[in-house]
Design a protein around this ligand. Structure first.
Ligand SMILES: [Zn+2]
Ligand SMILES: [Zn+2]
Ligand SMILES: [Zn+2]
Length: 124
């Protein structure tokens, strides 16, 4: 598959970098100043996820959000931190809080989807 031009990638990454919250694709699209179609943004986001630059969060409302991998530091199990969804301002952010758990023998964990719901520091 042909890889897309650098300006598209740079635009998406700079929008995510400028945000301290996770963003939906719609929110990313609104912030991008150059003209890029939805399908391209979607492809770029998923490519960033595969490359380990960005991770995808499926919130408890079923919506998808994307965040830069800043707080992902476990190589074997990436994105092993909690996500916090604020029920007031409807934002999602990566918390610097690692997920600790234990599972019964012969279960193998491959990924996490840990969402805490409450009031963020701006709303509490
Ligand atoms: Zn990550
Ligand atoms: Zn909030
Ligand atoms: Zn995260």
């Amino acid at each position: 598959m042909k890889r897309r031009s650098t300006p598209t990638k740079e635009a998406v990454i700079s929008v995510l970098n400028a945000s301290n919250k996770a963003m939906s694709q719609d929110a990313i699209e609104h912030k991008i100043e150059i003209e890029i179609d939805r399908a391209t943004i979607y492809r770029v986001l998923n490519q960033f996820c595969e490359d380990g630059i960005v991770h995808k969060i499926i919130a408890d409302d079923g919506k998808q959000y994307f965040a830069i991998c800043k707080k992902c530091d476990d190589q074997k199990l990436p994105d092993n931190h909690f996500h916090f969804r604020c029920s007031s301002c409807q934002t999602i952010e990566c918390l610097p809080a690692l997920v600790h758990f234990s599972v019964p023998e012969s279960y193998k964990v491959e990924r996490f989807n840990c969402i805490l719901i409450g009031k963020c520091k701006d709303c509490s």
